[in-house]
Structures are given as C-alpha cells and as structure tokens.
Design a protein around this ligand. Structure first.
Ligand SMILES: *Cc1c(COP(=O)(O)O)cnc(C)c1O
Length: 503
C-alpha cells in the first residue's frame, strides 16, 4: 500500500467509522451467529499474493460485522459501559503511527513523559492524594496498565515481594517456597473475579470475606480475619477493596479498611474500575474517602471516561515497591542518563516489556472535552439513571435493589428468581436489547447499561409476553447508564444520544 492508496483507504475507513456510529441503531445489538460461523466465510489459508483494499473493505460488512456485538449500540444495556470518543480514536491513530514501544524513557521520551504528566493531571482533576503525584517525595506515581486485572496483579505481586522479603529478613535461610505459604491475602465476596485470579497467579493463600447488608466490606470483618490468621502464624499482606462492585455497584468502606491496613501494616489496593470515573465530579469524591490509606489505586478510563479500550489508570504510593518486584536489567536495555531518576522506566511498573503510547488517548480526551465536559457526561448519565429509577419506583410490579448511586440501577420484578430468569432470556432472545444477569447473594440479577424509555417499553413487552408463561416475575435487572452512546459529546454523531439526553 503506497501513500496515495493509504490516503484513499484511510478516508474511506474514517467515513465508515462515522457511518457506523451514525447508523448503529439500525444494527441488531447482538449478533445472530453460531460458533464457527466465520470459517464458512473465509478461506483456510492466508492469500499468497496481495489482495486489493476494495476486496478487504467489502469483507468488513460481509465477514466481520455479522459477528460483532455492538457495545456502543444504544440498546446494549449489558455489563458496565465501554467508553469511546472521536478524540480517543484519533489518538490511537497517532499512537499506531509513531509505533513507539516506550518501555524505557530512552525508548521514546515523549511516551514516558506524557504519561507522567497526564497521570498527574488526573490526580489533580480527581482530587486523589498528593502522594500519588510523580513529584511527591515518596516515589509515588501513576502508570497506564492495559486492564484493571493487570493493575490488581501488579499490586499483588509487588506486595508479595515486599512481604516475602520481610519474612526472609526475619527468618534467614528460609526458602521462597516456604515463605510463600505464610502469606495470606483478602478480598470480599463481591470483589471482581480478577482479584481471585491475581491471588491464584501469585500462588498465595487468600480468604474471601463476608460483606454487610449493603454488600460492603467493613473494617471489623477484615480485622477479625487478620487476627485469626496471625494467631495461626500467617502473615497477612494485602487486601483488595472495591469501589463500585460489578454485581451491584456497592462501595467497600475504605476508610475503615484503610485504618485496619495501617494499624496492621498491610497493603491496601483499591479497585474502582467502573466507578472511578465518577470521582472527576467533586460531588462523588466523598465515595473515595479512605483512598488516602491506599498503597495502590486503579480505575478504568476506558469504561466511563471517553477513552477507548485499553486504558487502566493505576497509581502507587511508592513505585519502588513495583520496581523491586519487576526489575531485571539486561545490557541491551541500558542507556545513558538512566539513573538520574527524573523520569521512570515504565517497564519496571508492569508485566510486559513493551508498551503502547496510551497516554495520547488520555491527553486528547482531557484536552478536547476538558474536565468540565467529562463531568457533564458523568452527571448526565447519573441523572438518566435516576430518572429510570423513578419509573421503576412508580411501577408496582418492580422494586429497586440496593441504592442508585451512580449510573447503575439494580431493579427487579417482585417475585421469584425463576421467572426473572425467563424474562432475561426472553429479552435477549428478542434481540432488540441486550442485558446480562448477575447474582447478589442468592438473588438472580440482570446487568445492563443505559436505561431509556425504550428499555422500559421492551421490558414491559417482555413481561406481557412472559405472563403467558408464568405469573411471578422476579429478576434483578441491573441498569447502568453508559457514556458510550454519547460518543464524544460535543462531537456526538449518534442520533440516539439526542433521544437519551432529552429524557
Ligand atoms: C470491569 C471490572 C474489572 C475488570 O476490568 P478489566 O480492565 O477488564 O480487567 C475489575 N474490577 C471491577 C470492579 C470492574 O468493574
């Protein structure tokens, strides 16, 4: 492909991107395909000689789109949202263009320095503790990970190294494998599965703690577990707390947990993957209280802050804890001036060596929306969620589950789990909207995003149809408003947004 061909193809693809967003509502929200569908559409060998762009371009609609779940579709209510915006897409084009792999400062100084700067910007925009600033005296700082799962794993592995070293100092000659059996980590029943996974990968003992009636982990429960484990001769070393759980957007009591962690000298990691974006609005910042006790904190701008996947923002109080866990220094990665310590070498802060220029996405989004623009979107989404909550409360067949705090509305039809399972199935089979179930304690739930009149109408329709099947209905429906359908307000092109915004 030469320059002219690239220009023509690029224009054609940008036009396609715009049309995709403009007309997304005309597509079926979830694909109607069976596993293996694509084998029938593509040859089983790569072409030996080059094909023409036009042939490939045609295959986007023929081969790819039939199997795409349209996460940005206004009627995709499942999971937490996934963010997207034109500024972020543009940033990714630029990132792909320079194709740097900024594993060290020298490997692409701009890649490292922009990341340091935008992560500091975010600390200030979200009123995070100053210890997370790159300029803090205690080696604090932020790094962009690919996902919340990676951030949790990095925190767990770093805490593990730190505490293993402590055990080894106290017990000279003890083998790593033996010391490892002494460590114990904590999570709650509502923690994301990625936390349990991180503990499994780290090969540490872990305990899954109970929560209170609001699905929140509390300090006294943690303290009791720690006391028990210390009495058994174990070394508690980390707790992963959650702000905005996946099942019901519950908030652990980080203030209480943080105080226990400080007294007991164990690492506190906070996973705020979804809810974190809301802290850019000062009125939601109190939900983050306790973060001042955290050794590491993480949220996903790619969920609710207009930044396209992948961008998971992580801060640590002391980056030396990470560096000590991940530092290996082969000769070919050494460069002059590297030990001046002015700028980090981010390869020591995460698991892969190479890294994309992801800070461009944050920089474009922060500049082209402004903090105010991002706040407006979060506030609008939460307002819509409360409007939907009102509809539900006004309907005697439904009840709200838990509290509507951010853009997630958990609601249920009064009655049994079974009929609610039928309702979810029916809604999804219908194909016009998509929701996923969840379970809080023993209650079957449904997770969804972006409530609208349309959602309510569709649910009503499904209820009327379901009544023929059974009289009792009781599903928890989880509805969260997502920023996605605003696709880059004020750059919005999605006609449904207008409908949504006017609700
Ligand atoms: C979405 C989510 C995760 C997983 O995020 P990834 O970036 O996909 O790893 C973890 N924790 C919570 C609370 C989440 O909402």
């Amino acid at each position: 492909m030469n320059d002219e061909e690239f220009e023509a193809a690029g224009q054609q693809l940008i036009k396609y991107v715009i049309d995709y967003h403009k007309n997304i509502r005309e597509r079926r929200v979830m694909p109607d395909v069976r596993p293996g569908f694509m084998r029938k559409l593509l040859p089983d060998h790569a072409p030996h000689t080059p094909e023409k762009w036009d042939q490939l371009f045609k295959d986007i609609e023929r081969v790819i789109m039939p199997g795409v779940a349209h996460w940005l579709h206004p009627h995709f209510y499942a999971y937490f949202p996934t963010a997207n915006s034109y500024p972020s897409i543009l940033a990714d084009i630029l990132s792909d263009t320079v194709t740097c792999v900024g594993f060290s400062w020298a490997s692409c100084p701009s890649c490292t320095e922009l990341e340091v700067i935008v992560m500091d910007w975010l600390v200030k925009a979200m009123d995070l503790p100053e210890v997370f600033l790159s300029t803090s005296p205690g080696h604090g700082g932020g790094v962009i990970q690919g996902s919340a799962s990676e951030a949790t794993l990095v925190a767990v592995l770093s805490a593990r190294t730190k505490f293993l070293n402590g055990i080894k100092e106290k017990n000279p000659g003890i083998k790593d494998g033996v010391a490892l059996t002494k460590l114990v980590a904590y999570m709650s029943r509502q923690s994301h599965s990625s936390v349990e996974r991180a503990y499994m990968i780290a090969l540490v003992n872990y305990r899954i703690l109970d929560t209170d009636e609001k699905q929140a982990l509390r300090g006294d429960i943690l303290k009791a577990a720690i006391d028990e484990d210390r009495a058994k001769g174990l070394t508690p070393f980390i707790v992963c707390a959650t702000l905005g759980t996946t099942s019901s957007c519950a908030f652990d009591n980080c203030k209480e947990i943080g105080l226990v962690c400080e007294q007991e000298n164990i690492w506190m990691h906070i996973d705020a993957a979804y809810a974190g974006s809301a802290f850019i609005c000062p009125e939601y910042r109190p939900l983050l209280n306790g973060v001042e006790h955290a050794d590491s904190f993480n949220f996903n701008p790619h969920k609710w802050l207009q930044v396209t996947f992948d961008c998971s923002a992580m801060w640590v109080k002391n980056s030396n804890d990470l560096i000590q866990s991940f530092r290996v220094e082969p000769l070919y990665l050494k460069y002059e001036n590297e030990n001046e310590g002015i700028m980090p070498d981010f390869r020591h802060w995460h698991i892969p060596m190479e890294r994309r220029f992801r800070s461009l996405k944050l920089w474009f989004v922060l500049r082209l929306f402004g903090v105010k623009g991002l706040q407006d979107i979060i506030r609008k989404d939460i307002r819509v969620a409360h409007k939907f909550e009102e509809y539900i409360r006004n309907d005697p067949r439904f009840e709200i589950f838990g509290e509507v705090i951010l853009s997630l509305v958990c609601f249920r039809l009064k009655g049994s789990n079974e009929i609610n399972e039928k309702l979810v199935k029916r809604i999804n089979e219908d194909g016009r909207i998509y929701m996923v179930p969840s379970r809080v304690d023993d209650i079957f739930c449904l997770l969804s995003t972006m409530p609208t009149y349309f959602l309510l109408l569709s649910i009503y329709l499904s209820i009327y149809l379901s009544i023929y099947l059974s009289i009792y209905l009781s599903i928890y429906l989880f509805v969260s408003v997502s920023a996605r359908s605003y696709l880059s307000l004020p750059f919005s092109v999605c006609s449904d947004c207008v409908v949504k915004r006017s609700i």
